[in-house]
Ligand binder design. Structure first.
Ligand code: PLP
Length: 447
């Protein structure tokens, strides 16, 4: 674990919690003219409010290139990436095999005529049918996680002839209308009300609450096998099996949103495999694109696909299933399996979590809990404000980490699965140093 066995000494708590002093803390390294110009243009032409947040948090570097678990900015700084593109970079940045496959397909045909059959799409669908558990068989391809969720909600309605959807508090399923309607953070929903009707939300992990909510009007229950943006919440082992029984008992479909957990992240290719549950519809995106191309997929059991019989074009997407994205996804899945990335996530994740728990014991006032599965790990912090200071202190030390979107007390650590143990040790060293720096401020505050 390297440096930092000594007890951290006191400094001013305002450096952690005060607005002005956070800025002072963060702007230790002045940004280059290049990134300042870019941020000004970001402010001018994209999102002024977000540009202000970038300035405020001091994250003013411009990404340039990546390799494996490393990202470089335009100024040549090298970062250890523990944000993992919010789950995109399972196979790492610019995996050579996936890049080569993309280049080869790009030279042949990038987008589909939408008239002839497309080999990469059919290859990918067949591969997913073989790799996904149980009798999950058919695939529909789209371009993002939210689109996969959107489609799954429609499929569930069409397959059951019912409209009620049960989802969970803290859930994150995307920000298009349907996906937003079943998500669990009111802040993101309120300006867009009314959303989809007939959605009932229950606490995540609470099977008794699900028993109350699921009934003969329920089209589907949508759930993340591990809540990602909700704060890396791992449910009890019997949660998904119980949920499967409940759905079967009421004729409701089970939608597993594996947009974030899918493709090896949690130590299995799909997180539902931890509990041997086969969902009726499985949503994938993020890492399916191998860190190279955007792609989403809905994979379904035959019973969730019969409605296509009545109208084969009832759900379509112009770009969905394009040859470039599908060829890349085929290669990404091959790389994931051949490089044994699920096993790697399980092994490295167990090591990392154990070390993080030692850090928790060393800094109990800062870290309330270290939890997760595989390399999907969350640090729940003890007080509001600690997260921002820690993310910034890590950024100063060239480690990238981010909040979970629906739970600002939790910082996620989701490095690419190709990260080495030496790189994880370096993350731990820098995390220790960062915690040491902010710890005394937290002590001051809590006293
Ligand atoms: N579902 C889950 C579980 C997610 O974590 C996310 C994104 O973080 C989404 C859906 C939405 O995916 P996208 O941002 O690609 O629309």
């Amino acid at each position: 674990m390297g440096s930092g066995d000594e007890t951290p000494g006191p400094t001013s708590f305002t450096r952690v919690f005060g607005v002005g002093s956070i800025c002072q803390f963060l702007l230790l390294e002045r940004i280059s003219d290049v990134s300042e110009d870019l941020l000004t243009r970001y402010e001018q032409y994209m999102n002024p409010a977000l540009a202000r947040i970038f300035r405020f948090t001091g994250i003013e570097a411009v990404e340039d290139h990546g390799k494996g678990a490393l990202l470089w900015d335009e100024a040549g700084n090298q970062y250890l990436d523990c944000a993992g593109g919010y789950g995109v970079f399972v196979q790492g940045y610019q995996h050579p095999r996936i890049v080569a496959r993309a280049k080869a397909q790009l030279d042949k045909l990038a987008l589909s005529s939408r008239v002839l059959e497309s080999r990469p799409a059919i290859d990918l669908a067949e591969k997913l049918a073989h790799l996904t558990p149980g009798d999950l068989q058919y695939s529909f391809f789209c371009n993002s996680g939210a689109e996969a969720v959107e489609g799954a909600l429609k499929f569930a309605r069409a397959a059951t002839g019912r409209s009620k959807i049960v989802s969970t508090h803290g859930a994150f399923h995307g920000k298009t209308f349907g996906a937003l309607s079943v998500s669990g953070r009111p802040t993101y929903q309120e300006p867009f009300l009314p959303l989809l009707p007939n959605v009932e939300r229950v606490p995540y992990g609470d099977i008794a609450a699900l028993r109350q909510a699921v009934d003969s009007n329920t089209a589907a229950v949508i759930v993340e096998p591990i809540q990602g943006e909700g704060g890396i919440i791992v449910p009890a082992d019997d949660y998904l099996p119980e949920l499967r029984h409940l759905c079967d008992a009421h004729g409701a479909l089970l939608i597993a949103d594996e947009v974030q957990t899918g493709i090896a992240r949690t130590g299995k290719l799909f997180a539902v495999e931890h509990s041997q549950v086969v969902p009726d519809l499985l949503c994938l995106a993020k890492a399916l694109g191998g860190g190279i191309m955007p792609i989403g997929a809905i994979v379904g059991r035959p019973k969730a696909w019969t409605f296509f019989e009545h109208s084969p074009l009832i759900h379509t997407s112009t770009f969905g299933g394009n040859p470039l994205a599908c060829a890349v996804a085929v290669e990404a899945l091959d790389v994931t399996v051949e490089e044994q990335l699920p096993e790697r996530a399980a092994h490295l994740g167990a090591y990392f979590l154990q070390q993080l728990q030692l850090l928790r014991a060393r800094y109990p006032l800062a870290i309330r809990e270290a939890r997760g599965r595989g390399l999907m790990i969350g640090l729940e912090l003890a007080a509001p404000g600690v997260g921002g200071a820690l993310i910034s202190a890590l950024f100063q030390r060239k480690v990238l980490a981010v909040y979970t979107l629906n739970n600002e007390r939790v910082i996620r650590l989701m490095p690419p699965l190709v990260i080495t143990q030496e790189q994880l040790d370096e993350v731990l060293n820098r995390l220790n140093d960062a915690l040491k720096e902010i710890y005394a401020d937290i002590q001051d505050l809590l006293e």
